[in-house]
Design a protein around this ligand. Sequence first.
Ligand code: WT7
Length: 667
Amino acid sequence: MPSEKSIFLPNPDMARDCYVNSLKQYKEMYKKSIDNPEEFWGEISRDFHWETPIDFNRFFRYNFDITKGPVFTKWLDGATTNISYNLLDRNVQNGNGNKIAFYWEGNHPSNQKSITYAELLGEVCRFANVLKSKNVQKGDRVAVYMPMILEAIVTMLACTRIGAIHSLVFAGFSSDSFAERITDCKARVLVTADGAWRGEKLIKLKTICNQAMDICQQKGHTVDTCIVVSHLQRSVTPASAPKYETPMRDCRDIWWHDIVPKASTKCQPEWMDAEDPLFMLYTSGSTGKPKGVLHTTGGYLLYAATTFKYVFDYKPQDVYWCTADIGWITGHTYVVYGPLANAATSVIYEGTPFYPGNDRLWEIVDKYKVNQFYTAPTAIRALMKFGDDIVKKHDLSSLRILGSVGEPINPEAWLWYYKLIGKEKCSIVDTFWQTETGGHVLTPLPGVTPMKPGAASFPFFGVQPVLLDECGKEIKGEGEGYLVFSRPWPGLMRTLFNNHDRYETTYFSKFPGYYCTGDGARRDSDGYLWVTGRVDDMLNVSGHLMSTAEVESLLTEHKSVSEAAVVSKPHPIKGECLYCFITITEDAVYNDKLLTELKQLIRERIGPFAQPDVIQNAPALPKTRSGKIMRRILRKIAQNDKDIGDISTLADGGVVDLLFKTRPANA
Ligand code: WT7
C-alpha cells in the first residue's frame, strides 16, 4: 500500500498543455491571490458581464477587512449582474450557441438527449416566464425535488434569471425531510417530476412531494403551485414496470408540458447585486436541524468558474462528466454553474452505476469520450469489487483528469482509480470542500501537483488554510489539528438562511477570526494537507453528511426506546456507517420487529441512505459522572477495539465490558 512517502508525478505530456503548467506558476498565482486579491479576482471578473461595473475602489476598500474575520464577507457589492446571463446569453454571443451544453444519458441506455447553449437559453427563458406568471418574484424561494433531468437545470437557471432563490432537496430525502426544508424556507412553488427510474426501481417523486406538501399544510405553510415534469412516459421502462398513476391535485398541480411550451423564449434577466442571494442548499447540522446555506451571486460565479477551469483544466473541446446528483452542492457548482460559466460540454446521467450492468459508468465514459471524470470514493469502492475485466472492456483513453470528492479517499481506492481507470497517465484531483465553501478549497492541480494518494494537498487560489490546536494556537509545519481558514474567498457562503446567529456560532465562534470547517487535518513534512475527517458529531455515509444527534432524536421518538447514542463505524464501501446503541424501555423487547421498525423510521424520516447498519441493545450507556455520553468509548465498541484508553471519568466501568460482550452478530 502506498504511504505518505509515495508520490506520483504528474504526466509530463499533460502538464505542458495545462493552464497552470508548473508548481512555480501555481505558487506565483497563489501568492498573487493572497497578496493582491483585488487584482487577482478583478482580472477574472473581466471575463464576465457586469451590468453595473465593479467599483474597484470600493471592492478594494471594503472587502478585505479581515480584521473582523470572514464573518463579514462581501465581494463586489454594488456591481450588478445575472448568473443565467453569464452562463447562457454571454456564451451564445461568444459563438457557443450551437455548442452542446449537456448530453443527457437516461437510466436506460437507449434514452438520450442533448441540448445546446442556445436551446438551453430559450428553455430557461420560457420557464422563467412561467415562474413569473405564477407570481414568483426576486428573493422568493422555489423548492425543487428533481431527478437528474435537463428540466432540473432549466429550473435552477430560470430561478436565477428572475432573481428567485432555488432550494433543491436531493430526491432521496423522505417527505418529512423535504417538508421540514420547504417550511423553513417558505417556498410557495415546488418543481418536481412524476417519477424516475433508478435501475429497475421506480422513485415515485410526485407521491413523496404530495406527502411533503400535506405535512407543510399541517404545519401551517401552503405550497400553492406544484409544477410537474412528465418524465415517465418518455423513459424506457423495465419490462416488469408497475403502473403508476401520478397523483395530481386540481388548482395546485400543473404539468410542465401544459404551460412551458406556450411561454416566450425571451425573458429579460433581473440584474442582481453581486451580494444578492443566488441559491440556498440545506446541509446537516450537528444539532439536528438542517442549515440553509446561502450563497450569493457575484463571488460564487467567479469562484465556481475559476475552480472549474483550473482544477479540471477544462479546454473548449473537452467533454466533462461529474456524476454527482444536482441535489448536492457538487451538483450545483460542478454540474451546473462551473461548467456553464466555462461554456463546457458536460454529460449528465440519470441512473445508477449498476444498471443495466456494473460497467455503466465506463460505458458512458467510452460513449461520450469523456476527458474529465468526477466522482466520489464511495462509488469507486463499490465498483472496484466487480473486478478489472468489466473496466477493460471499454476504451477509457479519452480520460485526462479524474476527480474525487465527498470524503477522504483511501489509498487502495486511489490506486485502483489511478491505475485501472487512469492508466497511470491521468492526474487525480482529490478535492476537499463543503456545501459552505461553494467550491474546491484544497486540491491538487492537474499536471502540476505531485500526487499523494489520499491527500487533498494544497489550497486553491485565495484560500488560506491554517491548522489550530485545541487552544486556538496555530500549528506551523508538521502536525495535526483543526482545519480552519483565515480569510474569506469569493465562494464562501454568506449566511444561513434566516439564521445569521447560527452561522456565526457554528462556523466562527470556536476560533474567532477563522472559518471553522469542522474537519481535522494533518500537514506532513512536505507541507501536504491530509483531511482526516470530522471532528464534530457528524458522520459521512457514502458522502452524505449527517449528524448523530439527528438520528438519535429520531430513535428516541420510538416508544420502545428511552435513550440512544449513535456513532460512526468505518465501512468498506460507504466509508462510514451508522452504529446505534439503544436503551429500551422497561416493557419493550429488543427483537427483529423493533429493529425493522427503527430502520424503517429512519428511512422514512430522513431517507434510505441514512439506514443504520447496526443497532445494539444497550441496557446502559457509558457516561461521565456528569452524565455526558462518552462517544469516544462507543466508537471503540463499535469497532470492537478493546484499546479504549483512559476511562477514569466513566461513572460505571462495567457497562463497557457488557457492551463489548453483547455486540450483535452483524456488527
Ligand atoms: C464534508 C462536506 C463538497 C462536496 C461534497 C460534500 C468531507 C468532502 C473531501 C475530501 C476528505 C472530504 C469533509 C467535509 N469531504 N470532500 N476530498 N477529503 N473529506 O459536501 O455534504 O457539505 O460535506 O465532506 O468532512 O467537511 P458536504
